[in-house]
Write a protein that binds this ligand. Structure first.
Ligand SMILES: *Cc1c(COP(=O)(O)O)cnc(C)c1O
Length: 381
């Protein structure tokens, strides 16, 4: 019996224990403390934004992003169907209507279909894009940079600008990915649209246990995100609240972990990159990343015609693999929601298997995974 190889687990061998210990010894464990502002500053300077606002998790960050973009229950938000459900649920928290879009071969939103939908199914009236069949305003688009790959931001920003649609980047899986050429050369995932969100959940490239971060270069959005995340508190002494806010602020304990993790991010990316190419060198068919980016190599997508059989075979060999997410527009809470010409997402749902990709995966682990998958091929013949 071989050892268990998990899909994606934390790697906590840097200054995590030291910083956490310090947070406990100084008794700054809650939603104030120096690690929170340090972590915010370091994220902002790493990705190159004006500021960053730490919050409880990526989902909370996306909820705040929609709110500060002015999305209300009367609006439509265009979302991908091939994504984790947390990218879509906050649209429902607000009571707005999600409209599902297909992916292209990068697994991110297909900009051609997006444009076609806006051009042919909507009217641009008094500076607003109105969906013809419902009469509702298309207020925002949520772009997800799936598995550390990046969406075609040049095309998507053009569409958003043309129709005055707010662009929210769900960069929860793509911290560290950036364009290496083109109009957005040097720009990180999350920093190109109106507002971006990262996640530090346990399976992400860096973790705070649970946590998230909002980034933007729009000071009004930043200030409003901070305000809404701290119960919409208007006065530091008296309990004055001018709006219904949220308790979405990150704690100093989480930020202590995050600060230590961020110090190691580039090291994690280079290990993930090495393992990605090792899998490919050993003959596995992995989905590529865009050629004009430096991806963070967060997840590896193995392409197979025998998804379920390989999955079960790996499971028996104590290797954790997972199919891609069930398409959101087919899930119970979204049955009956609008979906525009979904095609490729079905193909990738059927053919992608995510295989172990942790930043502490060894060369031997990679070999064992590849041998197991190849072994399945031989057993089948
Ligand atoms: C992880 C993830 C989120 C949510 O982040 P949490 O911190 O777990 O709330 C949102 N969208 C996508 C695409 C994710 O992968």
């Amino acid at each position: 019996m071989g050892k268990f190889i998990p899909l994606s687990v934390p790697n906590l061998k840097g200054n995590e224990l030291e910083y956490i210990t310090n947070a406990i010894e100084t008794e700054w464990v809650s939603t104030a403390g120096p690690y929170i502002s340090d972590f915010e500053k370091n994220i902002a300077s790493y990705v190159g934004t004006q500021e960053a606002i730490a919050c409880q998790n990526g989902t909370a960050g996306l909820h705040l992003a929609l709110l500060v973009c002015g999305v209300t229950e009367e609006d439509i938000v265009i979302v991908p169907t091939l994504t984790f459900i947390a990218a879509v649920n906050p649209v429902k928290y607000i009571g707005a209507e999600p409209l599902f879009m297909d992916c292209d071969d990068s697994l991110t939103m297909d900009p051609l279909k997006l444009e076609k939908f806006c051009d042919t199914e909507c009217d641009f009236i008094e500076g607003k894009l109105i969906d013809r069949s419902s009469g509702k305003h298309i207020k925002a688009i949520v772009i997800v940079h799936v598995f550390g790959n990046m969406a075609d931001m040049e095309r998507i920003v053009n569409i958003a600008n043309k129709y005055h649609i707010k662009l929210i980047e769900d960069a929860t899986e793509a911290l560290g990915s950036y364009y290496t050429s083109g109009l957005y050369q040097g720009k990180y995932a999350g920093t190109i649209g109106d507002i971006g969100v990262y996640s530090f959940n346990g399976n992400k490239i860096i973790t705070t246990g649970g946590g998230g971060m909002i980034v933007s270069n729009n000071q009004e959005y930043l200030d409003r995100s901070r305000y809404l995340s701290t119960q919409a508190k208007n006065d530091i002494l008296y309990f004055v609240h001018d709006e219904v806010g949220y308790n979405y602020r990150m704690t100093n304990l989480q930020a202590a972990l995050g600060l230590a993790q961020l110090e190691q991010l580039e090291k994690f990316i280079s290990t993930k990159r090495e393992n990605y190419f090792e899998y490919k060198k050993q003959g596995l068919l992995l989905l590529g990343f865009r050629e004009d980016i430096r991806p963070n190599y967060w997840f590896y997508s193995y392409i197979t015609d025998y998804r379920d059989a390989v999955l079960q075979f790996m499971e028996r060999s104590s290797i954790q693999a997972r199919p891609i997410w069930k398409l959101i527009h087919t899930l119970q809470p979204y049955k009956g929601a609008r979906a525009y010409r979904i095609e490729k997402a079905y193909y990738y749902y059927d053919h992608v298997l995510n295989i172990p990709c942790s930043s502490n995966l060894s060369k031997e682990d990679v070999e064992f995974v590849v041998d197991t998958i190849k072994g399945y091929g031989e057993e089948k013949q």
